[in-house]
Write a protein that binds this ligand. Sequence first.
Ligand code: ARG
Length: 440
Amino acid sequence: MWNSLVTISVLSSVLATAQASPKDDVARIIGGTDAAPGEYPYFVQGPGCSGALIAPDIVLFAAHCENLFLNQQLNVGGYRIDSDDAGAQPRFCDVWISDDRFAAFSLNWDFALCKLDKPITSLENPKNIGVALNFDDTVPEVGNDLWVMGFGDTTPGIYSSPEIIQEVAVPYVTNEVCNDPFRYDGLITDQMLCAGFTEVGGKDACQGDSGGPIVLRTTDSSNKVVDEIVGVVSWGYGCAEAQFPGVYSRVSKGGDWIIDKTCNELNGNADFCPFPPQLEPECLDGNELIVTVKTDNKAKHTNWKLFDSSGNVLKRRKFMVNNFEYEHSPICLKPGCYEFEIKDKKNNGIAGGFYKGEVNGEEVFFGDGNFGQFGRASFCTDGTPQPTEPPLVCVDRKQFCSKLENVKNKRRRCRKERNGTKIFNLCNATCAEVGVGPCA
Ligand code: ARG
């Protein structure tokens, strides 16, 4: 996460406790290179944080990224920034949960999960790279090189994202070494893992890489490459500083939580769950709205919201992937009327794009990209809403409501109720003609 406050508070405590003084010259490159297309099919690009696809519908990321992913477009298999190049598949984060043991002051237990709106059913994986969570506390070990990747800063302290995903290999560092008094001096907990060049620095993850995986690349018995996710990018003192390795949440320690939440709370479709996911409830006698939007080349400026007739937001989505047409997962609506609102925060619409809504397969709204700041559409589901009350036939008018000018009299004489509303609250003047409504 960019400029995480959390990181800053950790850094100040490091400064207070560590003996080493940071070098003035921190502006060296972090030492990554462009990854090859298809190298990290499980990598998930988010806005300011990343993640890893650990099941077709579940993304692992960092709790300190907070709700940055919620209702946000993510790019599974992201290779070129904000683009579906190399088979990247955009999805949306529908539900977000973070480890309730997460402590913002220490960044202990820095784990979070996101459930995708639609599972990834055909992962583009030309190199046939497998991915697995590491549940073994004895992995990694001294001598292991770990790979970390992302779209974070390539120069410490300078906010700029590379065009192509960067990768770098860094050696595992034991917690004991990482906790040396001249290093993190006790700030590294059992739930953390360090990796970096402790003597020379120069290679590391950095701001913007948070939440992404650090992996141990292995080959299984059939020679298939399997990346074991051993950590989640969490924090560090600066980036690529000698003596200050990158700090990751240790996945073997978060494993129980990850399994429990994926299987029992998010109803994830993971191979590590002891039972298959439950079927999602069907949209029984409701109406299924499918929204489709094609973004322009500045997708991050665009979002949409769906309101019910009382103005409550039922769904919201923020985009990230440019020039991409996305069919959102169906929204089950009760019979009634709704408003759809798409917004471009730079007030210039979505050039070359469009938005549309279909209810049960029938188009209920469509707009091209020339909407300036807002594109709006109102629609009602099939047959429009059932009137909530049957129309009133005003038979009682003469008997109970003839002297409404006199308030006292009105109350005394109009004590009758209709559908829970006292007749004296109803409008005499319009009663007989248009039915009963509250007096204006
Ligand atoms: N907290 C940072 C973020 O939110 C990640 C920092 C990683 N730092 C490091 N030196 N490895 O993006």
